[in-house]
Design a protein around this ligand. Sequence first.
Ligand SMILES: O=c1[nH]cnc2c1ncn2[C@@H]1O[C@H](COP(=O)(O)OP(=O)(O)O)[C@@H](O)[C@H]1O
Length: 205
Amino acid sequence: GYSDSMNCRPISKHESITLQGFKHACHAMLYARSEEKLFRRIPVRYAVLMQMRFDGRIGFPGGFVDLQDCSLEDGLNRELYEEVGCTLRLSDADHMCSHVTDTPQKLVTHFYTKELSLAELHQVEAGAVSAKEHGLEVMHKYAIAMGLIRVPLFTLRDGVGGLPAFFATNFIGNARDELVDALRHLRLINEERLASLPCAGTSPQ
Ligand SMILES: O=c1[nH]cnc2c1ncn2[C@@H]1O[C@H](COP(=O)(O)OP(=O)(O)O)[C@@H](O)[C@H]1O
C-alpha cells in the first residue's frame, strides 16, 4: 500500500514510467532573461510564464499525456502547441523533476523548464491568444487556458506586492512547488528571498 509520505514525492522519470495504473501529466515553465523595467524602475530580470486556467487556478501550460500514444516530450510539445501556440520543441534535456502522488488520483507530474530568448517568449505571449485551446470561444470543447501570465519576481516596498502577493493565489496541483523548485534551481531569485515567501520554505525536494 501507499503511505502518506507517498503523497507527492519526487521520483525519477525512468522509474515513474514503470508504475502501473498511473496517469502522467507534463507541464513546462518557459522563461527568458529580461532587461525590461516595470515603471522604468523595477527590474523584471526574468519573464516567467504561467497561465490562468479555466478553473481560476494558476498552473503551467501542459496537460495529460497518454504514454500508449506518444512519449512524454511529444505529448508535452503537443499540449504546448495546442494551449499556447508554442512551436518550440522541448526535449529530455529540459526535464527538471517528476513527482508522484496518489491523491486525489494516481498521477505523475513531469516538470520541464526552458530558457528562451525574450523575442521567442514575446512570440509565445503574442501567439497564445490564437492557439486552438486558448480563450473563451473554445470553452465548450476543451479545458482551456484563459491567458498566459507572468510571474512577478520582484517585491514592492510594501513587502506584499509582487511575488508574495502572487504566492497567495490559488495554484493547481503541485504547480506552486514546481515554481519554487525552478526559481531555486535556476537561481532566478536568491535563497533568502525564497525563504521569506509564504509556503516557499518547505518545498518537497
Ligand atoms: O502546473 C501544473 N503543475 C503540476 N500539476 C498540474 C499543473 N497543471 C495541472 N496539473 C495537474 O495535472 C493534471 C492534468 O491537468 P491539466 O489541466 O493540465 O490537463 P489537461 O489540459 O490535459 O486536462 C491534473 O491532475 C492537474 O491537477
